[in-house]
Design a protein. Structure first.
Length: 303
């Protein structure tokens, strides 16, 4: 019976890990979206001044705008990603006979893409909600945003604007974060098992990383992956906000958008705008996600 509910338990573990991680960093997420797409209320401000300006202008809950849609999305997202990762890993090992780091990288990328495609419309809605500023609401809430996008922006296709840069950026991102995490973990446990590792609570033969080492590896993995795929993240946000932004007709395809942002704002203020925030955001987020997941795995006997 324990095997039957294995997938359900790993679904819950992935979902809870995702929700904890995202709520921790929700305010930074909101600010990042405002900056990436140059919201006209905050576009002259930097990261920290925006973080201070949002509560003044919109109250403290303003920092959590779009977090509801985020939670609804991240539970299935985290769950699908972690479940798919395990499944793809098995398939790649069995069917293709590839193992070691390469199959981790491939499985990580495929899992990320699967999860994104399944939950993309919710990401779209969340970005629209997070970009709104108090007093200028186009969307009253999650359901209203769904209806509006569906009726005004070409039905179902409207929800998938910006999917291309997401998938293109996802492969290196998910791949590299799992790859870096896995590599750091195996090197760490091989080189200094007593210093960095401890026996797993539910299976003493399995060595797992100590919590703070886990946090560190998750953080480093996230940071490297982020830097590689960041311009594509900016592109995705621009495309998702399409109808809301004044320059939407210049941002119809991925290449157009990348070019436009580069020409208008350059590399630092355009393609990498909000990156420093991303590091601050990404490190606790990845760390909380991996650590919660490892704890949940032990709690639900998944090892």
């Amino acid at each position: 019976a324990r095997r039957d509910f294995y997938w359900l338990r790993s679904f819950i573990a992935g979902g809870v890990a995702g929700c904890c991680a995202k709520t921790t960093t929700a305010p930074l997420d909101r600010v990042k979206i405002l900056l990436q797409a140059h919201n006209h209320h905050y576009k002259h401000l930097g990261v920290f001044s925006t973080l201070c300006a949002v509560p003044k202008k919109e109250g403290y809950l303003g920092l959590y705008k779009g977090n509801g849609a985020m939670m609804i999305r991240i539970f299935p997202y985290g769950a699908i990603q972690f479940m798919a990762f395990d499944q793809y890993k098995k398939v790649i090992k069995k069917q293709l006979g590839i193992s070691g780091h390469v199959h981790r990288l491939m499985a990580g990328s495929m899992a990320g893409i699967t999860a994104v495609i399944c939950t993309y419309p919710l990401d779209m809605v969340r970005v629209r909600l997070a970009f709104q500023v108090k007093g200028e609401h186009r969307y009253m809430g999650i359901i209203h945003a769904f209806k509006m996008i569906y009726t005004k922006e070409g039905g179902f296709r409207g929800f998938y604007r910006g999917l291309m840069p997401t998938v293109v950026g996802m492969a290196p991102y998910a791949g590299f974060s799992f790859f870096t995490f896995g590599t750091l973990k195996s090197i760490g446990l091989a080189q200094a098992p007593n210093l960095l590792g401890r026996p797993s609570l539910d299976n003493p033969d399995v060595l797992v990383l100590k919590t703070h080492v886990n946090l560190l590896c998750g953080g480093i993995a996230g940071a490297i992956a982020q830097t590689i795929s960041y311009p594509l993240d900016v592109t995705r946000r621009r495309m998702q906000l399409g109808a809301v932004l004044p320059d939407s007709e210049k941002c119809l395809t991925m290449v157009q958008t990348l070019k436009y942002v580069y020409q208008q704002h350059g590399i630092r203020r355009g393609l990498y705008r909000g990156l420093s925030l991303n590091y601050i955001r990404c490190i606790p987020s990845q760390a909380v996600a991996f650590t919660t997941y490892e704890l949940m795995k032990q709690f639900l006997h998944l090892n």
